[in-house]
Design a protein around this ligand. Sequence first.
Ligand SMILES: Cc1ncc(COP(=O)(O)O)c(C=O)c1O
Length: 303
Amino acid sequence: MQQETPDPRDGIAFVGGRYMPLSEASVPILDRGFVRSDATYDVAHVWQGRIFRLDDHIERFFASMRGLRMSLPYDKAALTEILVECVRRSGLRDAYLQMTCTRGIPPRGTRDPRLCENRLYVFVQPFVWIANAEQQRQGLTMVVSSVARIPPDSVDPRIKNFHWLDLTMGIFEAYDRDALVAVLKGPDGTVTEGAGFNLFVVRDGRLATPESGVFEGMTRRTVLDFAGDLGLEIEVRPVLAEELAGADEVFITSTAGGIMPVTVVDGRILSNGRPGPVTGRVRDLYWARHDEGWRMTPIDYRD
Ligand SMILES: Cc1ncc(COP(=O)(O)O)c(C=O)c1O
């Protein structure tokens, strides 16, 4: 039987120094990234053929690697080239672009992480949304999970990592309770973040987002960057779970979808149950800046 040629628009990967269709990319089973979650990663997005905040993602990825005592034989310029080339080969205009560094494979008979050669895996695939268009129009339903976030003293959440079991069990709990997303509390009982997103609350026109115990997401950073342009006051401080119930608006932020309104928390309808005006302004500016090419790296698709 003749094998079908993979469509590059299904995704392209860069593994072991080679570009390949995403469907052909794999991880060696003994890589500690796979067997020990010993890895860090970063995710950028491509929008209308341009990569958003590419340099900032690369900067953050290198900082994460330093934090985990990892290094790669690629400098920032070489990594930029690989990321751009994956997108170019895929032909994708709206995409999710992931770079991962794993610890690699320890020499046989040892378990010494210092002896591993760290590995780079890159892939691009069609854009991924936390919530579809209808869910975003309606507003998302959220629960405050009974699962606690891994304490930041154990695993530093500012280093993007594969320790997702708390977040994943939160997703199960959200579905069990007829919601779409779950936010987890930290050891001090304040809210932190959820599976792939940061959180903002709006009360009397003022915004707040958790200060610590969270991954400092690029979309969160973008909202903080926009605050001045929107004339909004944003506090970066501990946010109590009770503040969610009493908020005028709540929204979540993620590379996988941008700014997404939440209209129900723990079964309680916020305000009038519709996405609020502040969320709408932040979201509109986010996408308008995308259209304007703000901090965008264009891809030359050569077609
Ligand atoms: C735990 C966690 N928090 C927050 C975020 C949001 O970060 P960003 O805006 O960079 O996508 C992510 C993204 O995957 C995440 O994994």
